[in-house]
Design a protein around this ligand. Structure first.
Ligand SMILES: Nc1ncnc2c1ncn2[C@@H]1O[C@H](COP(=O)(O)OP(=O)(O)OP(=O)(O)O)[C@@H](O)[C@H]1O
Length: 665
């Protein structure tokens, strides 16, 4: 039974609508152990015929029957399998993969078998011994002579133990000595029971075989038998062929990635810089908002929100706006802004509220004056030191008791820039003017106090703190209003603050909402929302460079596809699937993305250390704080960018016409 039969094969090429018939009805059959040469003039259609036999070309008329199976009825998958297991190709220009070593070139075929890694290496080494190149296995193809390259190509074609070897001008680029050696190997292959079909112009090559077929003008002009086919029966291979595994494709992608490392490093740097800037901006935003949070919570205890009476006409105005109205109303001396015991009791009844303290403020009609020795400084407010203030904000001295005041660090620095603490314990005089409770009479007050301490309260530089009862007594003694417009609630736990504030805001008095609230949480929310906007705008600006990176990877992958067109053809001829080709390019660009992310992460972490060192003296705080989320973000974005960028080029690579790819230079 013939291994291969060709029945009435016709093939035409078309230029526009014009038909150029190349093969005009060929009928041939080949036996096992046959070494057949196809001789003919240039342009006679020999390569076209080989492409049809080798399963590279399905656009023809007639039947190609291999082992009793019609090739045309086969699916794409079955044709990949056919090229992988039944045929082996040898080309005039060797078609070795340049970035792989001699051993790896042979292994390429063996990657498509079920042999394990060690068995694959053993088999590849045996094949290289067979063609006399074992010593050269670690070299790259460009370190070999032409004859040696062709012997590697033969070893590679034999690796899968195919039944048919197709050789297109295998000695065309060799001198006479190398030609002899290659012909000897091809004869040996036929002798082992395989069918060898060689396309040649050379009578010397043709004379070596068992049969000469002459082709002219698309037809067979003679079919001459020189000797009987070899009779040895090919031993059944000890392994099965299978599609290239995912890890093998990635392994190949990795080898090319390393081979091309200079170019890849530059692209990864480009992409990495974009990712790096996004990470640093996010980290800076993070650090600055943590710094701001710390500043606020150092001064105000979140468990002690401030409450004022609500004065809006409606209940719909949001709490923050209603609070502004309440403040204006209080400062203008509106009685409706003041608390009475019944209102304070309502707040005390709210769940999680442990206590309610009245907070007093003196807002002099004009800035008050603090005098000590020859030094004087203005102040806007005297406020009671309440439990809502953080004791940690006191940088020198202690909380004010009766007859004492606590002043801001800014004021203390003005007193003594070298040693702001020196003001603690000094006697100071406060002089200011307030209005009587009926707001009709101005009252001038002048009193001496001892400075109990200094507090770092950034937002309240013109504030003086006084003990609550002391402040209340002062107001009383001077006939001023002793009802307060501000009370401080103490909440049992910070996790209950939001709920308690909501409940307080919903308390009604005479059918209307009675209170507005402000906690340090509100201040933080406002600060954070502004910082978030800045952070994301900066990160987005840096992110634009990532779009540039996508284009950079697209262009490089396209260039790589163009450069490696021949390799794509070789791999497809060896039985790689479209999927394997896609993985090869996607894999390499994925490595580029991961590499870029690694560069970005390493750069950002180093940048974080350097920037924090450089900026520490500014705020006594690490202003750049890169989170593990940002690290994961960089890896994910690196991978996504690479995948998006590789879609079009790798799909182009996988869809390439095999014959055109093989013919490319
Ligand atoms: N893709 C193509 N489109 C159009 N014409 C083609 C194409 N490929 C080959 N041909 C034409 O088909 C004819 C046969 O080409 P083929 O390569 O099979 O010849 P050949 O016998 O192998 O020649 P050589 O010995 O020079 O390699 C030539 O005239 C060639 O110009």
């Amino acid at each position: 039974m013939p291994i291969l039969e060709l029945k009435n094969i016709r093939k035409s090429y078309y230029l526009g609508k014009e038909e150029f018939p190349v093969l005009k009805g060929l009928n041939l059959s080949f036996e096992r152990g046959e070494f057949a040469s196809i001789l003919g003039e240039s342009g006679g259609g020999k390569s076209t015929l080989m492409n049809i036999i080798g399963g590279l070309d399905k656009e023809f008329e007639g039947e190609v029957i291999v082992n009793n199976e019609d090739q045309r009825s086969k699916t794409e998958k079955a044709m990949d399998d056919y090229r992988r297991s039944t045929v082996g190709f040898i080309f005039q220009s060797f078609n070795l993969v340049n970035y792989l070593s001699v051993l790896d070139n042979v292994l390429l075929s063996l990657k498509m078998t079920d042999l394990n890694h060690n068995q694959q290496i053993k088999k590849a080494e045996e094949l290289l011994k067979q063609v006399g190149l074992f010593e050269h296995r670690k070299k790259n193809p460009n370190q070999l002579s032409g004859g040696q390259k062709q012997r590697v190509a033969i070893a590679r074609a034999l690796a899968n133990d195919p039944e048919i070897i197709i050789a297109d001008e295998p000695t065309g680029a060799l001198d006479s000595q190398n030609t002899k050696e290659v012909l000897k190997i091809l004869s040996d292959i036929a002798e082992s029971g395989k069918t060898v079909i060689v396309v040649t112009h050379s009578q010397e090559v043709a004379d070596c075989g068992t049969r000469i077929i002459r082709l002219a003008d698309g037809q067979i002009t003679s079919d001459e038998k020189l000797r009987d086919p070899y009779t040895a029966v090919q031993a059944k291979p000890s392994f099965k062929n299978k599609a290239m595994s995912f890890s093998s494709s990635l392994g190949m992608a990795w080898k090319h990635f390393l081979y091309n490392w200079k170019q890849n490093l530059l692209i990864a740097l480009g992409t990495g810089i974009g990712l790096f800037s996004v990470m640093v901006f996010l980290g800076l935003g993070n650090g600055v908002s943590q710094f701001a949070n710390k500043q606020v919570s150092d001064q105000l205890n979140p468990n002690y929100p401030m409450i004022m009476r609500r004065v809006t006409k409606d209940d719909k105005t949001p709490n923050e706006l209603a609070m502004q109205e309440s403040q204006q109303s209080l400062y203008s001396g509106d009685e409706n802004s003041l608390f009475d015991d019944q209102l304070i009791d309502k707040i005390k009844k709210v769940d999680h509220v442990k206590s309610v303290t009245e907070s007093y403020n003196i807002n002099p009609v004009a800035p008050g004056k603090l005098t000590v020795d020859n030094f004087s400084e203005n102040f806007q407010t005297i406020t009671s030191w309440g439990s809502n203030q953080q004791v940690s904000a006191i940088k020198a001295g202690k909380v004010p008791k009766a007859g004492e005041i606590l002043i801001s660090k800014q004021a203390a620095l003005k007193y003594d820039n070298e040693n702001f603490k020196s003001i603690v314990g000094k006697n100071v005089k406060l002089s200011y003017t307030i209005m009587s409770s009926d707001a009709k009479k101005a009252i001038n007050i002048e009193k001496e106090y001892t400075v109990s301490g200094v507090a770092d309260v950034m937002t309240q530089s013109g504030t003086i703190f006084m003990d609550q009862s002391e402040l209340k007594q002062t107001l009383k003694d001077n006939g001023a209003q002793t009802k307060t417009g501000i009370v401080i609630a103490e909440i049992d736990d910070s996790k209950n603050v939001d709920q308690a504030l909501k409940d307080i805001q919903n308390i009604k008095n005479n059918g209307k909402k009675a209170f507005v609230t402000a906690g340090s949480g509100d201040i933080l929310k406002t600060i954070n929302s502004y910082l978030d906007i800045i952070k994301y705008v900066l990160a987005a600006i840096a992110g634009i460079s990532l779009i540039v990176s996508i284009f950079m990877i697209v262009v490089t992958t396209y260039m790589s596809v163009t450069e490696r067109t021949k390799e794509i053809g070789i791999l497809r001829a060896m039985g790689s699937r479209k999927k394997d080709i896609r993985r090869l390019f996607t894999g390499e660009s994925l490595m580029l993305g991961i590499f870029a992310a690694i560069i970005a992460i390493a750069g950002a972490l180093a940048g974080q250390t350097l920037l924090n060192k450089a900026l520490y003296s500014l705020a006594k705080f690490n202003l750049v704080q890169i989170t593990s989320g940002a690290v994961i973000f960089a890896i994910v974005v690196g991978i996504v960018i690479a995948l998006v960028a590789s879609i079009a080029p790798s799909s182009r690579a996988s869809k390439m016409n095999m014959i055109e790819a093989l013919a490319s230079e």
